[in-house]
Design a binder for this molecule. Structure first.
Ligand SMILES: Cc1cc2nc3c(=O)[nH]c(=O)nc-3n(C[C@H](O)[C@H](O)[C@H](O)COP(=O)(O)O)c2cc1C
Length: 175
C-alpha cells in the first residue's frame, strides 16, 4: 500500500540550470530547477517574482539557460542562494554573448542555450517565462557523434524534498 502524502510535488530530481540575464547593465545569474519542456524548442522557467533576475528578463525579453557541471556546483549553489539585489554576481562566471542582447552565457558551462521570451504566465508568486530556444552552444568535449552526451556533461540534479544535489547515474539500457 502506498501512503498518501497529500498534494506533494514528487517530480524530482530535476536538472538544475543557471539562468543568465542582464540587470542594470550587468550580468546576473541564478539557479533554477523548475524548468519544463513544452515542445522541442519551447521551455518554461518558473521564477519567484521576488528574484532580481526577473527585472532583466522582462526588460530584454531574453535569457540564457546554462547547464552547469558537477565541478561548478559551488558557484551554482552560490548564485542560487544570494540575490543580485544584495551582491553583484556578474563576476562569478565569465560571461560570453551569442546573438541575443541581455542574455549573457557562462563561458565554461558545458552547454548554454540563448532564448527569447515569448510569453509570461503570470502567477501570484511566480513569473513563468515561456521561452523559445534560439541557439544552443555545446563544448566539443561533451559531444559524441555531434550530439550532446550527458555522461560527459555531468549535470547536477536537484531534490526539493530533501534539498539535496544528485549526480547523473549510468544509462538504463534496454534489452
Ligand atoms: C538548487 C536551487 C534551485 C533553485 N530553483 C529555483 C526555482 O526553480 N525557481 C525559483 O524561483 N528559485 C529557485 N531557486 C532560488 C534562486 O536561485 C535564488 O533565490 C537566487 O538567489 C535568486 O537570484 P536573483 O535574485 O539574483 O535573481 C533555486 C535555488 C537553488 C540553490
Amino acid at each position: 500500500m502506498k501512503k498518501n502524502l497529500g498534494a506533494t510535488n514528487a517530480l524530482y530530481p530535476m536538472p538544475i540550470v543557471v539562468v543568465g540575464t542582464e540587470v542594470n547593465g550587468k550580468a546576473n545569474y541564478n539557479a533554477i530547477a523548475h524548468v519544463g519542456i513544452i515542445d522541442h524548442k519551447t521551455l518554461s522557467i518558473s521564477m519567484g517574482k521576488i528574484h532580481y533576475s526577473n527585472q532583466g528578463i522582462k526588460e530584454h525579453k531574453t535569457l540564457s539557460i546554462n547547464i552547469t557541471a558537477e565541478d561548478m556546483v559551488e558557484e551554482m549553489d552560490h548564485v542560487g542562494k544570494v540575490s543580485g539585489a544584495k551582491e553583484d554576481k556578474s563576476q562569478i562566471f565569465n560571461s560570453v554573448y551569442g546573438e541575443l542582447k541581455g542574455a549573457p552565457m557562462i563561458e565554461n558551462a558545458p552547454v548554454s542555450m540563448e532564448c527569447e521570451v515569448i510569453d509570461i504566465y503570470d502567477q501570484p508568486e511566480f513569473d513563468v517565462f515561456i521561452v523559445k530556444v534560439v541557439n544552443t552552444y555545446a563544448d566539443e568535449a561533451v559531444l559524441t557523434d555531434g550530439k550532446i552526451d550527458f555522461a560527459k556533461v555531468k549535470p547536477v540534479l536537484f531534490d526539493m524534498p530533501k534539498f539535496g544535489y544528485w549526480k547523473l547515474g549510468p544509462r538504463a539500457e534496454r534489452k
